[in-house]
Design a protein around this ligand. Sequence first.
Ligand code: ADP
Ligand code: MG
Length: 389
Amino acid sequence: MNSGITELKQQFAQTFGEGGKIHVIRAPGRVNLIGEHTDYNDGFVFPMAIEPHVLIACRTRDDSSVRFASSVFPGQIATFQIDKPIPRGEPKWANYSKGVAAELIAAGIPLPGMDAIITSTLPVGGGLSSSAAIEVATAQCFLTLAGLKMEPNRIALICQRAEHEYAGVPVGIMDQMIVASAKPNCAMLLDCRDLSKQFVELDERELRVVIVNSMVKHELSSSEYAVRRKQCEEGVEFFKKENPNIKALRDVSVKQVEAAKDKLDEVIYRRCRHVVTENRRTTEAAQLLGKNQYEQVGQLMVQSHNSLRDDYEVSVPELDFLVEESMKIKGVYGARMTGGGFGGCIVALAQPRAVEALTSHLMSEYEKKWQKKPMIFPTTAAAGVTVLE
Ligand code: ADP
Ligand code: MG
């Protein structure tokens, strides 16, 4: 970690010149342990921050210019002015940071000019939320240079708006919330309705989380995502007729879904069943994890996967394969696809001593079956955004 910081500061000096106080901000990626396709139904998610992260080195300027560089896009420098409208445009990667600057200004925060350089141990576009890490780190850079503090929830909402407005991606609030608020060695149960959070300790002596990227690009995900959202809305319309207090699938019980089986369209019924049972699994998993009931948490993760595969129909055979193979390893409590689906990652919960066997098993079996290498990240639960220097 230290060598990473030294190297980054050297890169900063090469790009923007020596001198002045350089601050270094770290923001982690994230993984969702359970609670998938529940966020836009006002439900629960249970993410944690992971060790792979983004680092940004930054220094204040005495004019109103902002310059961003990134080690991932060498030679490109994005420049804009904080006292003029901030246009989105090229290079595209800088739109996330531009959006954050624009939304901070819109929120009435006086920003200083800044030079900043980004480096990262997170895969770019790998489903571990490099985008939220960049956004939250950028916000923290500006706030640090301005000498201001801001509530994590407010930072998260500003960063979410930035992604909506500047990257054109209609993301939920989970990614920004966990990156801004995570506590070390904790997962976070987040109520997506009122943004209340509950931290649950994840003992690093007893548990590892292993993320496995199937390397399948989720090409279908945005069109299918829209279809799923619409199907959930149809479900809500149905239940609203029975009870006008129902505002979202969050308000529907498992019993109510079962009772509606013959009245609802079969596909809508299964979509609703996934969301409603997933909300229950998610709150249960958080409780059980708090009581160190790892086997039961693992079972809920597998049930979640099966529900996403069969009822919500957002899995792909590669993800099913990774989950099935993970569960063959002694010391693996549970595994499931994580993220929107149609590709991306699975997440497994395992004893630390099972990690090596799990990694080598998946490496060899996955490549044999699918002719590609998965990317594997074992991790503990990391801290949220941090000012390192
Ligand atoms: P994910 O959040 O799953 O990694 P996204 O597609 O949401 O994937 O966000 C990826 C985008 O975030 C990239 O296309 C790029 O614009 C930006 N980004 C991520 N990492 C970096 C980086 N190290 N430097 C500059 N931009 C980055
Ligand atoms: Mg993202």
